[in-house]
Every structure is written in C-alpha cells, then in structure tokens.
Design a protein around this ligand. Sequence first.
Ligand code: FES
Length: 120
Amino acid sequence: MIGYKRHVFVCLNERDVSHPKGCCKHRGSTAIFAFLKSRVSDLGLKDTVRISQAGCMEHCQYGPTVVVYPEAVWYRIQSLEQAKEIMDKHILGGQVVEHLRMELLEDNPSSEENIDTLKN
Ligand code: FES
C-alpha cells in the first residue's frame, strides 16, 4: 500500500527565546513527537501510521502545532495526556477531538486559553 492510513506532522521548529513569535519546540513539541512515535512503534503500526517532524507551519502562537492527515485537522497539543487522547481517539479511532482543534482558538481569539498562549 502506498501512503499511510494516518500521517501526522508535529512542528519541531525552534527559535531564539527572544523571538516574539515563540516556537513549538519551546512549548514541548519534542516530547509530544517522541510520545507519538513511541506509541506507533509499541503498537506495531509503522506500516499504517507515520509520525513526521515538520518545520514551522505559521501558527506558532497556537502551538505546539500538530496536523493529522488525511483529515487535515490542526491541533494544539499542550501535554502528553492530550497527545494520548489524540492518539487513541483520532489516529487510532478516526474520531476528531473537537476540543483540541486549533480552529477553536482562531474562531475565539479572546478566549482565556488563547490569551494565555499569546503571553508565552
Ligand atoms: S513554530 Fe510551530 S508552527 Fe511555527
């Protein structure tokens, strides 16, 4: 089979700490990437699920940025618990995890969660 059932891109871009945009790497994306890779390996899914590192996807203020294809769903994953939820529900189960979608932040830029992100 050419391609994967799910292909996940995790932003690992790093910027200087003084950069106003910040970066996903300083928000914990390395641990999220390692967790997802490890789960895929442990579950024996390397032939059907691919976890790839990505550069900046220009949504830095909402990061760590993770995109799951083929559904093209953009997530902001801030903890390993959230990464596990994405793995179990979306990557394995095919169910989009609505409350972690990045679009929610863009649609509601004044939300408390969003403001907190912009401060960091
Ligand atoms: S640094 Fe991750 S989206 Fe820009």
